[in-house]
Design a protein around this ligand. Sequence first.
Ligand SMILES: Cc1cc2nc3c(=O)[nH]c(=O)nc-3n(C[C@H](O)[C@H](O)[C@H](O)COP(=O)(O)O)c2cc1C
Length: 219
Amino acid sequence: MGSTQVEFNNPATSTLLELVKSRRTYYGLKAESPISDDAIESIVQNSVLHVPSSFNTQTSRVVLLLKEEHQKVWDIAIKAMEGLVAAGQVPKEMYENHTKPKLEAFRAAYGTVLFFVDYDSLAAIKEKFAIYADKFDPFALESNAMSQYLVWVALQSEGFGANLQHYSPLIDADIQKTWSLPASWKLDAQLVFGVPTSDPGEKAFAPIEDRLKVFGKSA
Ligand SMILES: Cc1cc2nc3c(=O)[nH]c(=O)nc-3n(C[C@H](O)[C@H](O)[C@H](O)COP(=O)(O)O)c2cc1C
């Protein structure tokens, strides 16, 4: 699998793959940015506009939150978790020792990108292509994940670190209310980003031979 020895027609392909290889999960983040807020917005905007969706349904919805607006997400999550502790649904010790420090670390970052899917917007196409009706929701989520990944890689390329979180449905109602978002926007993921303060953890790879098969290759 000599992927390091190959030559590409376009040097940008090597650059792209280097970025793909270097993207990691960073949990230690601080509230600083190596680029302008406009540049961050451009990354997010391109991910909304140019990431494909099935039948070009364009089902992804995204909210970019910076600085104090970003902190509100994690205040909402902290409040929601403390509600679960008060209701006896989450052990206090676990919350204090594990969950709270994690949430405070997210809050200490620079921004959060909220990724939503508007499933309601698929009603007409589900009727039109009834044979695919049950496929449209998963397709919409897959398209959303592509946007998440693109933003993650591009932010890291610009000197940020990021981590991907899933606090839905715990935070959904407060998120919708705080930013007056349409009820049809269903939250999927929260991408937290900031300037890294620590390295990512070790990462193990299963043998590629067990995960990829190639047939018909020229010598
Ligand atoms: C679909 C998906 C969901 C994930 N959900 C979470 C999550 O809820 N919380 C979290 O801390 N990391 C989450 N991660 C990050 C993974 O744990 C991480 O990407 C994986 O361990 C590989 O590490 P790396 O990102 O450093 O390459 C998620 C990643 C993916 C692709």
